[in-house]
Design a protein around this ligand. Structure first.
Ligand SMILES: [Zn+2]
Length: 295
């Protein structure tokens, strides 16, 4: 994330190989540069017509276990961590090609994607970047969960989680996002889950590729992974990572402050829909228009 005047894409294609966490299938993924005003689109190269689906909240068809998008018979699953990496690096335009329906989970975080894309380089493009500017606060609350958005001329996310399990407990983190803080503080935070739930998912044929190599697992005694946590509050950091991926589905970045309390993919998507519908609460504009400058 960060405040850039111009749209951005990758300087060169970047390829990855890994396993889908739910399918357990090996998948090859290439993130390619794309022209201005293209957005982020996913192309299934394993299907005869090589169809595409846009990474946009109105293409989301499921958020129960992972974020799944679909359009014209093209379904792509578990897009959230790659979307977070692209948003964290302020990449507006990319074509993501994959030869399976589910993206690879890598290490359960967005670090592998983030580092590889940064190493290959990011290119500025010849078109202004648009931002959502918050005109009035929006708040959504249900059953102890809440998401709010407030006007701010920075990109800030604050998040609170509260789990009864002592290994997690109550954690709060607030962060001002830019490319560097995203890579060093958020991108490496891994997915987490309770061991009995992961075992149940595997029993039902899901989480086939799930392992201690791509998730933090917790049992009644604490963290199961021998290497432990990457940060004591890795859990709340991962919730911020998920939020960045979810909000990137608005299509253009938000300039403002997002406050989350005990939210997850499902509730974040509820918020995105109500935010977008509430057209009095936002407008879209370029950085130059905000600064009232000639540029
Ligand atoms: Zn996640």
């Amino acid at each position: 994330m960060g405040l850039y005047k111009w749209q951005r894409t990758l300087a060169k294609p970047v390829s990855f190989k890994g396993q889908g966490v739910h399918s357990g299938k090996t998948v090859h993924l290439t993130v390619n540069p794309a022209p201005t005003n293209f957005g982020i689109k996913f192309r299934r190269t394993d299907l005869p017509a090589k169809p595409m689906v846009t990474g946009h909240f109105n293409r989301v068809i499921d958020t129960s276990l992972a974020t799944v998008i679909g359009e014209n018979g093209c379904i792509v699953s578990t897009i959230e961590h790659l979307m977070a990496a692209l948003s964290g690096l302020s990449i507006d335009n990319a074509v993501v090609e994959l030869d399976e329906y589910e993206l690879p989970i890598m290490d359960g975080s967005a670090l592998v994607f983030t580092r590889a894309i940064r190493e290959k380089g990011i290119a500025e493009q010849n078109a202004r970047r648009l931002y959502f500017i918050i005109q009035e606060p929006v708040h959504l609350e249900n059953g102890g969960k809440s998401v709010s958005i407030y006007p701010d001329n920075r990109q800030i996310i604050s998040c609170t989680i509260d789990f009864s399990h002592a290994a997690i407990g109550r954690q709060t983190l607030e962060i001002e996002l830019n490319e560097d803080s995203f890579e060093s503080e958020i991108a490496g935070a891994r997915t987490f889950g309770f061991l009995h739930e992961m075992e149940l998912l595997q029993f039902y044929g899901l989480a086939r590729g799930g392992s201690l190599d791509n998730a933090v697992a917790i049992d009644e005694k604490g963290v199961v992974n021998q290497e432990g946590l990457r940060w004591p509050d890795e859990f709340v950091r991962h919730k911020i990572l998920d939020c960045i991926g979810d909000f990137s589905l608005l299509g253009i970045p938000v300039l403002g402050r997002i406050d989350l309390c005990k939210s997850g993919h499902n509730f974040n998507h509820e918020f995105l829909k109500s935010f977008f519908k509430n057209k009095r609460s936002w407008k879209t504009t370029t950085l130059c228009q905000i600064a009232n400058a000639v540029c």
